[in-house]
Design a protein around this ligand. Structure first.
Ligand code: OAD
Length: 235
């Protein structure tokens, strides 16, 4: 079986990383237009750095949960049977990797990487960033930014994502509100290709009616149960 999984902030919620649009979520406390756009970075880079520095520190203090672990197990289990898991995440955290997933496509980039806008080099990054931070490659300062995708920027690898969806038997969206494009449109692509679709979320997402199957509850409960279903052939 070839499975495509799209994860969102809900899969990392029980690891202590906030979601965006739930009550008290990140975009209720912070203005995305002042923190997650190229224009915001140009206008006030230190403010943007402070926001991502805070999120990087939270990430480094967090751990994967049972949902991340179940998806790592699904990848290994499918591969052992000649299938595959294509794991696409909107999350900029590394919790899938830390749980043991070997292949993770970060369509919105990665918080533990920094990019130099002067030379283009991308570096693994765990420390705070500041305007004065020099690029470890070219030595210039003033151009280091988190290697994440901001509003108004192109998500990573859209063509590869669409190909992988089309070549799947099952599309599963986990912990995403279905309100941010283009990820919100992936379920429609799957349906158009005749791929079976399932949603696992705390509550029905904006796209709920598009899915053939729906399971609601905490990711740490519903994801391991759904993975068991796939491996036992009942899903
Ligand atoms: P959202 O915050 O929009 O949605 C999170 C979803 O997870 C909601 O539908 C919640 O009901 C659900 N949820 C919350 N806790 C859960 C739990 N314990 N188990 C299962 N589900 C749970 O986050 P995303 O859909 O990931 O982009 O947001 C998409 C993009 O919008 C993000 O990648 C980010 C944001 O702006 C950028 O910053 C570019």
């Amino acid at each position: 079986m070839r499975v495509f999984v799209l994860t969102g902030a809900g899969v990392s919620a029980e690891s202590g990383l906030g979601t965006f649009r739930d009550p008290g979520g990140i975009w209720e406390r912070f203005d995305p237009m002042k923190l997650a756009t190229p224009e915001a970075f140009a206008a006030d880079p230190e403010r943007v750095h402070d926001f991502y520095n805070m999120r990087r520190r939270d990430l480094l203090a967090s751990r994967p949960n049972a949902a991340h672990e179940a998806l790592a197990g699904l990848e290994a289990g499918l591969a052992a049977r000649g299938g595959r898991l294509w794991l696409c995440t909107q999350n900029i955290d590394d919790l899938h990797e830390r749980a043991g997933s070997a292949f993770v496509h970060h369509m919105h980039g990665e918080l533990l990487k920094a990019r130099c806008t002067a030379c283009g080099a991308v570096h693994a990054w765990r420390e705070d960033l500041a305007l004065a931070t020099p690029c470890p490659g070219c030595g210039r300062s003033g151009g280091m930014r988190p290697d994440v995708v901001w509003f108004g920027e192109m998500p990573v690898g859209l063509e590869a994502i669409e190909d992988a969806i089309a070549e799947s038997d099952l599309f599963v969206a986990i912990g995403t509100s279905g309100s941010v494009w283009p990820a919100a449109g992936f379920v429609e692509i799957a349906r158009g290709c005749g791929v079976r679709t399932a949603e696992l979320n705390l509550e029905p997402s904006d796209n709920a009616r598009m899915f053939d199957e729906r399971r609601y509850g905490k990711a740490s409960d519903v994801v391991p149960a759904f993975v068991d279903g796939i491996m036992s052939g009942s899903v």
